[in-house]
Design a protein around this ligand. Sequence first.
Ligand code: BG6
Length: 521
Amino acid sequence: MTDQAILPAGYGQAVIPADAAPAPPSALFIFGGGGDLTKRLLMPSLYNLAHEGVLDSDFSIVGVDHIERSEEDYRAFLTASVQDLAAAGHEIKEPIWNWLAERIGYVAGDFEDPQTYERIRQRLAERMASKGDANAVFYFAVAPRFFGPIATRLGAAGLMQEGENAFRRIVVEKPFGNDIASARALNAHLLSVGTERQIYRIDHFLGKETVQNVMAFRFGNGIFEPIWNRDHVEHVQITAAETVGVEKRGRFYDATGALRDMVPNHMFQLLAMTAMEPPNSFDADAVRTEKAKVIEAVRRIRKSDAPSYVVRGQYRAGTVVGNHVSDYRREPDVAPNSQTETYVAMKCFVDNWRWNGVPFYIRTGKSLAVRRTEIAIHFKRAPGVLFRDRPDCALAPNVLVINVQPDEGISLRFAAKVPGRRVRLSEVDMDFRYADYFKAAPSTGYETLIYDCLSGDPTLFQRADNIEAGWAAVDPILQASADGLLDIHGYVAGTSGPVMAEVLLAQDGFQWLPLEQGHIA
Ligand code: BG6
């Protein structure tokens, strides 16, 4: 036994400060309580929250799923899966797991059967009688086709109606729609059963500590904001490189692709954090309004212009961190002639006063050389007059890199004189690494989001307008893809992606920061 929290492989730093107050008591109903998301992320996160001591003693979890089984069997099933997940060196602290397990219940039932909701209603009535509250969070950890039907049934059963000591909230997972029309329809549907304040749309990137830190970094320091604009920034690069391929998600992924999977949600969240104006306060709507404004300002390109803005790639067989990876088209559940992109690079413009004319380049892909998510701000070069006749003194731009994961930190690259009598310049990096300064408990990234939802703080969740703006910005690109206007370029697994992605920047006189080399080394 150790007293460490559970950290599934590949996850980052903790997010809930140990001194946070427990969230108000409530029952968390997990639709899809027997599913993968519950086992892989929600239960470890809930364990970590219990470990932090931020769950109320009257907190309870109720799995909702179609399999008939006793509550005891459900608890045993979750105990086994949490134990499976405990990564090497991270074991479950028994008293904490027992504390949580005692609070786990189960409702068997079909998501479309009104009886299921009657059982939930009874649970909440019992809860009100025994604990004095009927607060409930309904977590949709299910396939997207169930989002609408579950919401309908919750509404029809009167379960979204709030009352004294009875808040009612819905948590909706990604993917939230697969284009602008379906996202709008889903929003309209959810908003017909509840109010915006009751709906928590998850983008798990917002649970990442370093993503939240972008705001602290920008607005908690005096020196960056004055230069954070078109007068000083030449361009911005936002990268989310993954080493994993499609894993066992071929069916989902082949119908989705990198653009839908990552851009209107995660990548635009990073873009919004980078480009937003300072909000008037940390009030949820103040922050979300500023973010929505950025995403709404992302230039809507014409479908016919998409080839000058977007590069799509698909991985071919190769080697990723020493392991053989097969051709994407040979992955399970992927069509042998698939035209789905596993990589996308694009140029965006944020058409507002601050950013007019500054390109934001985004790239994300699977089976790449390294796993790294970063935001790199490239500043304009200093005037070269002093150094123009000195061949060893080519001036490079200053680059500020926010490393979101896995090596969380911030680096600044600048020029320094190489020691010696001759004037020679070299680029050097000043590095700040989180791990050197803060001792944070490990986390899955979901802890903050669950805690915030239980506490009624929607700041880190996507508002309806935010989601729709993201889809609206990528809509012409999706249409261009569907119409065959965007070629698919092969790239060898384990590299930085297709050569055409380099060309996208080279046309503008820029270069991606190398992936293989590590951040601005
Ligand atoms: C998910 C995507 O939303 O985010 C996955 O569906 C992707 O395809 C994942 O791998 C990346 O998240 P993280 O936290 O591992 O960077």
